[in-house]
Design a protein around this ligand. Sequence first.
Ligand SMILES: [Zn+2]
Length: 207
Amino acid sequence: MIKEIIDKEKQTKLSPDDVLNDLMAGNERFTNKNMHERDYSSQIDKTSGGQWPQAVVLSCIDSRVPVETVFDQGVGDIFVARVAGNFENTDILGSMEYSCKVAGSKLVLVLGHEACGAVKAACDHVELGNITHLLSNIKPAVEATQTDGERSSKNDSFVAGVVENNVKLTMNRIREKSPILNEMEKNGEIKIVGGVYSISTGKVSLL
Ligand SMILES: [Zn+2]
């Protein structure tokens, strides 16, 4: 069966949990090689007059995390904001507020991933051009992560801990810095959730 686009009527009926379930079911189809068939020409045609995406995903730029693909989503299905290390800033908060408050999305998903290069660079305190400023956004997660071993990118479990903490701290900061999203979540209009994508299995694990 060919997957249809999300129209306004479908978007209105969705709850935040419906959307989360749809993304996780899509990730299962992705890992089981059972993805929906899509007629992209038809999807382009049907979305040209407007969009009613169900979620906004904040992801890293990593080429191994093709967001729409790993959740088996089509044209017009999700908004995706991407920055190395998947943290928020003012413009990304504005993009997420637009997604939910203006365009009707029901879910904010912060998606970190295994072996993130930006997280590793933050662990190693890399300083280089504008990357130095970028990494300052990930430093709080580095500081918040405990380990008995080496506090560097050579320690895989430390890096995994920082990846998780970076997602959690980003979720907290989204709630703190965006009264709009915070209120929508409190009212049950949206959910703000976090997950980590495994570059070795293709699976998303919710935190
Ligand atoms: Zn990354």
